[in-house]
Design a protein around this ligand. Structure first.
Ligand code: SUG
Length: 446
């Protein structure tokens, strides 16, 4: 067994953070369509979270934003000429597609990839499969830059293997770590990986939501497990309850979160709650772990309350004393039923005994809470030393990034601002400078 720590790679919010209402099935994204955003505040809120958690001693790093607008997308569908021409033509003919090319969504790095730590994989390397995010046009192009970014950070092939996204077709809809939970006795020892899917492509009789899309398929989850060389007796595929998807639970991480031996989940998270827990417990016996399940009853917190407060889109962070801290969005305290529940939770004598809350409103308005903003990567000391170091959060990096944000980011962006060709130039200038700050030259040059 190796000593390992779970790093959180938070997405750094980009200079064109905006609300375009692009995600059908994601209630917050739909409700805030076309309202004005504040990219500067969004980036500073995210950086404050990273800094505070790093200062507490949790392993913290970041993933850089993606170049915007996505000219590859715009040119591929017939908008031509100079960059300024492309933008003005797209704005005139297809403003929603221009907004898609400007999407803020790569900031939610829980959707960047699925990660299996080296303790679980057949070849003893950490495996990443980049998510194809093919359910939404605005997210379906992210994987190209994500693969490039992950290879720049985890380029040492002795330790890491980064797989390209699965085939981009509905049968393989894959949303990455947002639908993946790893449970274990300790991060460096073998664990149990649970993949939660929303529908089955090749079984017409399998239950599926009726109103909102199920973004993750069983076939995609199985493909990721195969690519990573996971052992089947330590791998679980569980179906998300279709009616919760229809209530706005568009990823499993909106209704459950787990790490170590703790699973914090809502009664209505899984189609077969008892069966899923039973299989988890049995698989965990094989890795000498005993599940500590924290179940939230629908009578205490309803599914709509969970969706509006983002109670479960929280981070579980394990502390040196074996207890857990729950990182929640500030909205949880403003919601009477959820706030009452949280007080009883930390006083219950269970595994979670501390709440840490952050103001992440700029992200929350697009349906992204604390857990959406981070990708977890459990790394041994040796692996942590082998990754690119320029993305690890330190006081010095935080200070440089705050200066960089204050220099380059606007404090207001409305939908009409996306038509301004100067915005594209600002983003490019900012990201060119960022690649220097992070020591990742050529990150965006492709
Ligand atoms: O895919 N929102 C993202 C939010 C992702 C949250 N991630 C996790 N649950 N892990 C999505 O729906 C909205 C963009 C807009 O409407 O402008 C958006 O893409």
């Amino acid at each position: 067994m190796n000593n390992a720590r779970e790093f959180n790679f938070d997405g750094l919010v980009g200079p064109s953070h905006n609300y375009a209402g692009l995600s059908f099935g994601n209630v917050a994204s739909f409700s805030n369509v076309k309202s004005a955003s504040n990219p500067r505040e969004a980036a500073l809120q995210g950086l404050a979270k990273m800094r505070a958690l790093a200062a507490r001693g949790f392993a913290q790093a970041l993933l850089p934003p993606q170049m915007r607008p996505n000219f590859r997308l715009l040119r591929s569908i017939g908008f031509g000429g100079s960059d300024a021409d492309v933008i003005s033509r797209a704005y005139k003919d297809a403003p929603v597609i221009l907004a898609s090319a400007y999407s803020a969504s790569p900031m939610w790095t829980a959707n960047a990839a699925t990660v299996s730590p080296s303790a679980d994989t057949a070849d003893g390397r950490t495996h990443f499969t980049v998510a194809n995010l093919n359910n939404k046009l605005h997210r379906s192009y992210e994987h190209l830059q994500t693969a490039r970014t992950l290879r720049a950070i985890f380029g040492d092939e002795r330790h890491f293997s980064v797989h390209d996204a699965l085939p981009s077709t509905p049968a393989f809809g894959d949303e990455g770590a947002a639908n993946h939970t790893r449970l274990c006795a300790s991060h460096g020892s073998r664990g149990v990986e649970m993949f939660v899917y929303g529908r089955v492509e090749f079984d017409a009789d399998a239950p599926a939501p009726r109103h909102y899309p199920a973004r993750q398929t069983l076939e995609a989850s199985q493909a990721v497990a195969r690519l990573h060389g996971l052992e089947m007796r330590r791998t679980i595929f569980a179906q998300q309850a279709p009616d919760t998807i229809d209530q706005g639970v568009f990823h499993n991480d909106v209704i459950a979160v787990g790490t170590g031996d703790v699973l914090f989940y809502h009664q209505r998270a899984f189609l077969d709650e008892q069966g899923t827990l039973h299989r988890l417990r049995r698989a965990l016996e094989g890795v000498h772990a005993e599940l500590r399940a924290v179940r939230v009853d629908a009578a205490e917190v309803s599914v709509p309350d969970a969706v509006s407060s983002y109670l479960f889109n929280s981070q579980l962070l394990d502390k040196p004393d074996g207890r857990m801290a729950l990182v929640v969005p500030q909205e949880c305290h403003e919601h009477p039923a959820v706030s009452r529940y949280l007080q009883s939770l930390v006083n219950s004598g269970g595994p979670i005994d501390e709440l840490i809350s952050f103001d992440l409103r700029q992200s929350m308005r697009n349906g992204g809470g604390p857990a959406c903003l981070r990708l977890r990567v459990a790394l041994t000391e040796q692996e942590a030393g082998a990754m690119h170091q320029g993305v690890v959060m330190t006081e010095a990096l935080h200070a440089r990034l705050v200066n960089w944000v204050e220099k380059h980011y606007r404090d207001r962006l409305s939908p009409a601002d996306l038509a301004d060709p100067a915005l594209a130039v600002e983003v490019q200038t900012a990201l060119d400078e960022l690649s220097g700050i992070l020591g990742l030259p050529g990150l965006y040059a492709f």
